[in-house]
Design a protein. Sequence first.
Length: 161
Amino acid sequence: MSGDTRYLIVGHEKFHQDLHFLRQQAKAGAGSYRQLYREVLREIERLRAGTANGHHALGYESAKGDLRDCVTSYLQSDPERKADYRLVFREIGPTAPGELPRRELLAVKARGGRNDIYAHVCARLNRGSYDRQPGLDRFGERGAGSGGNELDVPGQDVGGR
């Protein structure tokens, strides 16, 4: 661990599958997967170092689920186009006093299309789409899709700094 490590990065079991799929597609030279795979690795490094804290916190939306403890980062599979993928993570405390806080990587998924990121991540966390989870208001009461970069909002601290 280098001196600029602020967070221990851990991956949800299914996140490892996402990363493996991206790596295999990148090796095969499939479309824009090489760029996307590199972008994912760079974002993971920024999240580890604390130089990135995600784009914005997610929220709760009935029929989609409660992800108020999660944050999304936007990724570009093509540097000439707008961000078309999301990396979703959540911060969890250290396993013991004096250890680093952890950022758990949950999913990498296209921003649009069927089975949106809410349903995808809620399924991975075994959360029902109508269940409001107690104690997840880490970033306040936010509705899904309220968007914006919370890092620019005074008093808001999306990344735990």
